[in-house]
Design a protein around this ligand. Sequence first.
Ligand code: GDP
Length: 328
Amino acid sequence: MQWLRWRLALAAAGVVLACEVLDQAFAGCYRSRLRNAGVVGGAVSLRGVAPWLREPRSLDEARGVKRPKEASGGYHRANHAAKFKQKKVEPTALDRIADTLASSRTRLFAKAPLQHSRKWPKADPAYAEVAVIGRSNVGKSSLLNKISQFGTVARVSSMPGQTKEAAWYRNKKVKVDFIDMPGYGHSARARVFGPEALSFVRNRTSLRGLYVLIDARHGFKWSDHEWLSELGSAGPMKQVVLTKCDLVPDKKLIEVASLVRSDLESYKRVERKVILCSSAWLTGFRDLRKDICERCKLLKGTTAAPKPGARRDDLPLRATKGQDLGIL
Ligand code: GDP
């Protein structure tokens, strides 16, 4: 379009010049409309060619940023266009198994009080076991409900201390058991479940991971410190998850997360990274599912045998003399 505008502007300038010449030759007979039309046409064309002749139409134009054509027309259209241009990334085996966990059902299969170890269901070696613990009302049940998105698995309550027994949930598809533990801390002015939860974690040797939930609005509270330091290096590797991140502004969330990470330095057998989740906005669950799958070593079964005829990266494309090509 730009070149057309330049041409129009030049044509208009030519008309004006021709009028001037004719004016000189015939003493003003050709003055008037033709020349005026030329002047107006030139000005209009130059407005397109020379943007400084008018006010900028958009912020991008004011900053001198040029966007591709498909990106014009607002934020949503630009995003849509960018999505289609993106190169598709092949999901890894871990991504796939995490997606299976997200779309499969997790069902309750046992409930038992923490203090009676004889009532706990026996650990099945075919299933990896992970437990979720945290202060009362930190969002344990809500988090479990959202790990597998189908159906409600755990009872959610706004009253602290409502989960009184440990509950076992089984996902048969990815072969993992989740244990929803009663919260520690204080409820209705009474100290709840701290010592029982400690002895459970110490004695349940089948646990592959323990997810310690911390409310993102408060960070580590005294009861969290107390519980973790009493546990010491007993039990499996612990992973801290910040919950209710939707209730905290981004700036504060960064502060809280870095404070929590520095608090973790004083504990043994605790992962140094922190997972940020919100059960309301469903953020962070992809990372959490991947972490669960990795911790439970669920990948073993999925990567075992390559499909017949599939290309193997560890083998050369062509056989050279005497080379072992393996079994495909
Ligand atoms: P539990 O006692 O630790 O099992 O906590 P619950 O899962 O029962 O949740 C306690 C309360 O917190 C409920 O009212 C939930 O709706 C609320 N809650 C849990 N997770 C979130 C979250 O990520 N965001 C928000 N806004 N509320 C949450």
